[in-house]
Design a protein around this ligand. Structure first.
Ligand SMILES: Cc1cc2nc3c(=O)[nH]c(=O)nc-3n(C[C@H](O)[C@H](O)[C@H](O)COP(=O)(O)OP(=O)(O)OC[C@H]3O[C@@H](n4cnc5c(N)ncnc54)[C@H](O)[C@@H]3O)c2cc1C
Length: 330
């Protein structure tokens, strides 16, 4: 059997593409393959109201676990509250909603060993053909890119008493600095639960998870909060684009359609990719996903290589769609 589309890797970008197509084009034979036991990994993905259009916000409502009407930033000499909405999606909710929607169009526990524009192979020896394959198996290392890192560890904490916060703290720089640039990120999910992330902009990640945990414990104690339990932990080392040979980076993909971090579709100074992932998936909204609506067209129309695009904050684009893509089965 030949699938209309295979999405290789069931993370943020490909999960959204598969979900979008399932909602709008249920007749398409789409297969999502993920190596883990569930899709979406272990993240809290946040975004600003202004990152998405009203229609995009409406579409992803089922994924959103918490919204706030404003957020705070704190620097050593200045603090400010910004009246701009902020929202979070958790991997748990992402997996619950999208895995349910995809049904048997999703196969988890499937490690891909080879991904090509029209076929994939699995570690168990299975091989599938498709009219198109989109590869989104996370960041692709390339000598063509000069990358810094945003390294962080976050803990969802249950406190013994309410924390008193009214809004997220997107950046709290009133903390001891070490190597690189350090700040703490705080999301108050309920009156007595809070996600606290210790974040460092560095050339290379050298701090251990235990050091980052100790920073969080210090921060919690400085706020006068008393810990009841750590409910969950997440960590990441996100790519920050410093410079690169962008055309060379694209050529390395050799015509393979890509999405997500693998496609370079992330904010150049935060490594965040949710807004691009939503916009790319939302572009799958026509009866025929032609070149004008393809990942390649998305990348080229939204991002200018070599310069951080002020409106999108993105530095590179490399979504490829070889030939005339048609996944409408005609
Ligand atoms: C802890 C954390 C928090 C973040 N918070 C935010 C945020 O608040 N806002 C934001 O915009 N961005 C955030 N990001 C950055 C970025 O949005 C995420 O990293 C996002 O998940 C990237 O999406 P993706 O689809 O490119 O890759 P991923 O979501 O990482 O998906 C890749 C998928 O491919 C699978 N895979 C890999 N190899 C194989 C294989 N061989 N076979 C089968 N499957 C495979 C992986 O298991 C994974 O599920 C965060 C990142 C992390 C790590």
């Amino acid at each position: 059997m030949t699938y209309d589309l295979i999405v290789a890797g069931g993370g943020l970008a490909n999960g959204l593409i598969a979900w979008r197509l399932k909602l709008l084009r249920p007749e398409l034979n789409v297969l999502c393959l993920e190596q883990q036991a569930s899709i979406g990994g272990n993240h809290t993905w946040s975004f600003h109201d202004g990152d998405l259009s009203l229609a995009q916000h409406r579409w992803i409502v089922p994924l959103v676990v918490r919204r706030w009407p404003c957020y705070d930033v704190h620097f050593p000499a200045r603090s400010r509250r910004l009246s701009s909405g902020y929202a979070s999606i958790t991997s748990e909710r992402f997996a619950e909603v999208i895995a349910t929607a995809l049904g048997d169009h999703l196969r988890t526990g499937q490690r891909l060993t080879q991904v090509k524009p029209d076929s994939v192979s699995l570690a168990n020896g299975e091989h599938f053909q498709a009219r198109a394959v989109i590869d989104s198996r996370g960041v692709r290392n390339s000598d063509r890119m000069v990358l810094g890192r945003q390294a962080f560890l976050g803990q969802l904490l249950q406190l013994q008493a309410p924390h008193g916060l009214e809004a997220p703290i997107i950046m709290d720089v009133r903390v001891a600095q070490g190597q690189g640039y350090r700040f703490v990120y705080v999301l108050p999910f309920s009156a007595d639960t809070v996600l606290v992330e210790d974040t460092h902009y560095v050339d290379r990640q050298t701090l251990s998870a235990d050091q980052l945990r100790a920073h969080i414990a210090d921060y919690v104690s400085e706020q006068g909060w008393t810990l009841a339990a750590c409910l969950r932990e997440e960590e990441g080392v996100l790519p920050i684009t410093l410079a690169g040979d962008f055309s060379g980076f694209w050529r390395e993909a050799k015509g393979q359609p890509l999405s997500g971090l693998r496609a370079g579709l992330f904010h150049c100074t935060t490594g965040y990719s949710l807004p691009h992932a939503v916009r790319l998936a939302a572009s799958c909204n026509t009866t025929r996903w032609r070149r004008s609506r393809s990942p390649q067209a998305y990348g080229h129309s939204h991002i200018r290589p070599g310069a951080a695009n002020a409106s999108t904050g993105c530095s590179i684009a490399c979504c490829f769609w070889p030939g005339e893509p048609r996944i409408d089965g005609k």
